[in-house]
Write a protein that binds this ligand. Structure first.
Ligand code: MN
Length: 752
């Protein structure tokens, strides 16, 4: 906005001439073209929309936005026009929705106020625009990702009028289509929001084609490399696939006509890039490459049959399809007798088509198809005939019901909402066949803790689909899981870094807290005993002397180290006892203190110590320790350049020592591997690490490209020797060319 003068709009009639003053002749033609497209979309849904009011809204919006251009240089009005068209295409053609869509940005971007809108178009439109402005501001303030609070606010806006959400989704779709013009940091933020908030929302509302387009556009900006790689692959194979699809459709038509069906359409398509990408990600563990993804082709048979007989017709057509093409039994889905919550109905099956290619076949009626494309708006329209206020009301109620849950606890409700929105969960089965829902990435431990805390504490692994796996094994959708336990097993600190659920994390924290308390008590008893044996009075002043001498932070830390058995107490040179008072004449050097502490380092005390990513020091290494001004310790491998630099500068404050391995700390190390591609790479490497070397693997990721693969393995090690052995072993694997510890990937088992 450059002008501060407010256009006098209220009460006056804006002529088209006035509204388009600022546009060039060509742009005026374009506006009219787009407006005609909007009217066409409105007409198609056959609602009694008040076109005069729509025209007025367009003129008001045009004039209000007259000083604005989009980043691409286009007149701003193209955008609201496009948003209104998308809204109409979804089937939301009531005057209020269209007008609100045309005006959705005026309050935020121009001089027009809500009152102005309310006076010109009524309070409902003003309320919608208000909601849209609020949601929009929210989006600008969300720094990285939409978090819980953002959801809450969106939900609040939503509870008032669901149309806000639909218009917002349309707005987002148009913005995503023209995202290229924005700088990268903005693009990424917007694409993230789209991926994690708007696409799932569209999905929940049953707006499938919009959801797919949003996901594709988001992927393009979030992961351009993979996006373009898949796009290239699709382009390369397109001609071949289209031939297969054409042949398949020709055959299908013949079979359907033979079975007595004449009124149907068959749509064919190659699956969306985002859907291929999701498949790749899902199958990552199996090391699947693009060329191994086989279900990329799909056709959709839409039957023009009356609603009374649609079910029967769809099932019959499924029978015809299965009769002529072999199908994959576990890929048949019946969403007709079990419609999705958003009203989606269809039959899905995957058959083996020409040249052995898998083709997904969807079968549905025209009515079901419209619901699938336009979401529940269409569902209700069909039910009631027209999109009246009453229908809208009912529809909103239904949408709210879908988006909401009967959960009483608002926090739980939001958590649940978030999980569903993120489409981020897996369903696994107990041996009895009960379904347990867990977040994606959940491990055997999460499953165990979900069932019972004790099961988690004593978990030594599980039988997943009858195969024995580690406690840290990541579960997949559909796995059947039987937890294996041993009474002797106790929780391991590294478990905290792998569990995904709050319930498991809480249980583990509780355990470690309790265990620590016990060790502290045990340590206290030992100190008491040591004092008693040496006639030292067990009083604060004596404890303080000892704590100070050893360089501990407080007495608890001392108890803990003693309780763990890391520090044995004995009378040393220069210690004496007078009248029950402990006197220490010779203080320890900083080096001696640090050695004691380094040795007695336990997971939580590691917080204050910083392991340098440049050289990944490990127990068993010769290291240098440097105490920084803030008291934290910096630890480098002695051969590290940084260590030499520190020595040169702070010689006196540096301690050189050997880090004695005590096996009590685990480090997660990322190892990069490269080699010649072959089937079963992931399996081989997992077997060597988990079975042969009996090491704890956290993750493995391998990508293949033209016969070569590269990737990484995350594995827990507790000392240098273990890491060296692992690398030596991997170097012997014939098809592996390079094995190296990745820089900057040293993580240590996290805090309790
Ligand atoms: Mn907008």
């Amino acid at each position: 906005m450059t002008s501060k003068t407010k256009p006098n709009l209220i009460g006056t009639k804006i002529t088209l001439k006035e509204a388009e003053e600022h546009l060039s002749e060509e742009e005026r033609r374009e506006v009219r073209k787009r407006y005609r497209a909007l009217l066409k979309a409105i007409k198609k849904s056959g609602n009694n929309t008040d076109i005069r009011t729509v025209g007025k809204a367009l003129r008001v919006a045009m004039k209000a936005h007259r000083h604005q251009r989009r980043k691409s240089g286009e007149p701003y009005i193209y955008h609201p026009l496009q948003v209104a068209t998308i809204v109409a295409e979804i089937g939301l053609t009531d005057t209020t929705s269209i007008v609100a869509a045309l005006l959705h940005d005026v309050v935020e971007d121009t001089d027009l106020t809500l009152e102005d809108i309310s006076q010109m178009f009524g309070t409902t439109v003003a309320e919608l625009v208000d909601g849209l402005t609020k949601v929009s501001k929210l989006s600008h303030s969300a720094v990285i990702m939409p978090h819980l609070e953002t959801y809450r606010k969106i939900l609040l806006a939503l509870a008032k009028d669901v149309r806000v959400v639909i218009i917002k989704i349309a707005d987002r779709l148009d913005n995503m289509r023209s995202l290229d013009a924005l700088p990268e940091h903005k693009r990424v933020r917007i694409a993230m929001e789209t991926r994690y908030l708007y696409a799932p929302l569209a999905h929940r509302l049953g707006l499938y084609s919009i959801k797919t387009e949003l996901e594709d556009l988001a992927l393009k900006h979030l992961n351009p490399k993979q996006y373009y790689e898949i796009e290239k692959w699709v382009k390369k194979n397109k001609e071949k696939w289209e031939k297969i699809l054409n042949r398949f459709v020709r055959q299908l038509r013949i079979y359907l006509r033979k079975a007595g069906y004449n009124n149907f359409t068959i749509e064919k398509r190659i699956k969306a890039i985002s859907s291929i990408y999701d498949k790749l990600v899902r199958k990552k563990d199996e090391g699947i490459t693009l060329n191994e993804i086989y279900d990329v082709l799909a056709v959709r048979i839409v039957l023009d049959v009356p609603p009374e007989t649609e079910d029967v017709a769809c099932y019959d057509v499924l029978r015809v399809v299965h009769k002529h093409f072999p199908h994959i039994p576990d890929r048949v889905r019946d969403w007709i007798s079990h419609p999705k919550a958003n009203g989606y109905q269809s039959l899905h099956t995957t058959v083996i088509g020409p040249e052995g290619k898998h083709i997904e076949v969807q079968i549905r009626s025209v009515r079901m198809h419209e619901v699938a494309e336009k979401g529940i708006a269409a569902h209700w329209k069909y039910k009631q005939g027209v999109l009246s206020d009453k229908v809208l009301e009912e529809w909103f109620a239904r949408v709210r019901e879908i988006l909401a849950h009967p959960e009483k606890d608002p926090h739980l409700f939001l958590e649940d909402m978030k999980l569903n929105l993120f489409d981020n969960e897996i369903h696994v089965f107990t041996p009895k066949g009960e379904i347990i829902t867990l977040p994606k990435g959940a491990t055997v431990l999460d499953f165990a803790f979900h069932i019972h805390t004790q099961l988690g504490y004593h978990c030594i692994g599980a039988k997943v689909n009858n195969k024995v796996v580690e406690p840290t094994h990541v579960l997949n959708d559909g796995d059947q899981v039987e937890v294996l336990t041993a009474q002797s097993q106790t929780p391991q600190p590294e478990w905290l870094t792998v569990v995904k659920t709050a319930i498991a994390r809480r249980a583990l924290r509780r355990y470690f807290r309790r265990a620590k308390k016990e060790l502290i008590n045990k340590g206290k008893e030992k100190v008491k005993k040591f004092f008693a044996e040496n006639n030292i009075k067990f009083v604060p002043s004596n404890l303080k002397t000892l704590v100070k001498y050893l360089g501990f932070k407080d007495v608890k830390e001392l108890y803990y180290a003693v309780g763990r058995g890391d520090l044995s107490l004995k009378m040393r040179d220069g210690w004496k006892v007078e009248d029950g008072k402990l006197i220490i004449e010779k203080p320890l050097t900083l080096e001696e203190q640090l050695r004691i502490q380094l040795h007695s380092s336990t997971i939580q005390e590691f917080e204050g110590k910083s392991f340098q990513k440049c050289c990944t020091p490990l127990p068993g290494d010769n290291i240098v320790i440097f105490q920084r001004e803030d008291g934290a310790l910096e630890i480098h491998h002695s051969s590290c350049e940084k260590a030499a630099e520190l020595l040169a500068h702070y010689g006196a404050q540096i301690i050189k020592t050997k880090w004695e391995p005590d096996g009590k700390i685990s480090f997660m190390i990322r190892i990069r591997v490269k080699g010649t591609d072959r089937k079963g790479v992931v399996y081989d490497l997992s077997r060597i690490i988990s079975k042969e070397l009996d090491m704890n693997m956290q993750g493995i990721s391998i990508e293949s490209d033209r016969g070569q693969f590269s990737g990484y393995i995350d594995v827990f090690v507790s000392n240098r020797e273990q890491l060296d052995n692992l690398i030596k072993r991997l170097e012997k694997v014939p098809y592996l060319h390079s094995v190296e510890v990745a820089e900057g990937q040293l993580l240590w088992a996290s805090e309790n």
